[in-house]
Design a protein around this ligand. Structure first.
Ligand code: F6P
Length: 325
């Protein structure tokens, strides 16, 4: 294996708060350890189209507190095709890039795994997604910020829900995972969460209604994970039909959940995993995602990281059930 001199960094897939802190960490730790750093714009598309610039420490000054990603991002269709990956590899060679640090979620790290296998290149992943659905890391960069954003939104919606004595169904992101829904429901004192990890054969809404939807409260909040095939509108309609005298409203939080200044937790996670990525390269590691588990930086092979069955602590369901009486 030839010595690695130049490291390319890119962000891919949905942006997540803390991605800029991660770009900064990779760039600074890379330069500190003697590597040349190149910023690749617009994710895998930028590698295919040669949108690449030399990075100095100045390129990443003043960005630690910014949401989004200064490198821009994309969901690349081209990179899914062998011809696209060939162009990406040719550009890597042309630019003298020996290793890549890919900051992104499940889809982006799946792309990194395929590329690394196909062209025998060193790819290191950082878990950058609000969904928290990557295996082997307790949390992903962006998840904590989004949790806090949802919590603030629900606090506000509760003010109006209580004033009007209404039932609100609030839909949150998370793709196929219910981490955001369940934990934000606990954090905001919601009355219920409807998530994919709860037993699929049980109608979660029926179970919740059986408990007595308005036994002790006049208003109530139900958080619905977008991953459920039927979203918040469907559940609201059902309640309206069964209880026509209930005043029901829906709020879909949408992309506002992805923006904003990253929390301290996400900035520290980005810093630790960014430094960990450069350390991985120095150690000769390849094709791993850098995560933090039990407060230790860990290296998780891509195959593991992108598994679809990240453990969901079922006790969280009990916690919400007991506290929402
Ligand atoms: O993966 C992050 C995420 O925000 C998911 O929670 C959501 O399902 C998806 O991206 C939305 O993607 P887009 O911004 O492309 O609509």
């Amino acid at each position: 294996m030839s010595r690695i001199r130049t490291v390319g960094v890119l962000t891919s897939g949905g942006d997540a708060p803390g991605m800029n802190a991660a770009i900064r960490a990779v760039t600074r730790a890379g330069i500190y350890n003697g590597f040349n750093i190149k910023g690749i714009y617009r994710g895998w598309d930028g590698l295919i189209n040669g949108e690449i610039r030399d990075f100095t420490t100045e390129n990443v000054s003043g960005i630690i507190m910014m949401g989004g990603t200064i490198l821009k991002t994309a969901r690349s269709n081209e990179f899914m095709k062998p011809e696209g990956r060939k162009k990406a590899y040719e550009n890597m060679q042309k630019e003298g890039i020996d290793a890549l640090v890919v900051i992104g979620g499940n889809g982006s790290l799946t792309g990194a795994r395929v590329f690394a296998e196909e062209y025998d290149v060193c790819c290191i992943g950082l878990p950058g997604t609000i969904d928290n659905d990557l295996y082997g890391t307790d949390s992903t960069i962006g998840y904590d910020t989004t949790m806090n954003t949802i919590m603030e939104c629900v606090d506000r919606i509760r003010d109006t829900a209580q004033s009007h004595e209404r039932i609100f169904f609030i839909e949150v992101m998370g793709r196929d995972a219910g981490f955001l829904a369940q934990n934000s429901a606990i954090a905001s004192g919601a009355e219920a969460a409807i998530i994919p990890e709860d037993s699929t054969d049980v109608d979660q809404l029926a179970r919740f209604m059986k408990r007595g939807i308005r036994k002790s409260k006049k208003s109530c909040i139900v958080i619905v994970s977008e991953s459920k095939k039927c979203g918040a509108l469907y559940y609201a309609d059902r309640v309206k039909k069964e209880f026509p005298d209930y005043d029901v409203r829906v709020s879909i939080l949408g992309h506002l959940q992805r923006g904003g200044r990253p929390t301290a937790h996400d900035r520290v996670l980005a810093a630790r995993t960014g430094v960990g990525a450069i350390e991985a390269i120095l150690q000769g590691q390849r094709n791993v995602m850098v995560g933090v588990r039990y407060n230790e930086v860990v290296y998780v092979p891509f195959n593991e990281a992108i598994r679809s069955d990240k453990p969901f602590d079922k006790k969280l369901i009990k916690v919400l059930d007991e506290l929402s009486i």
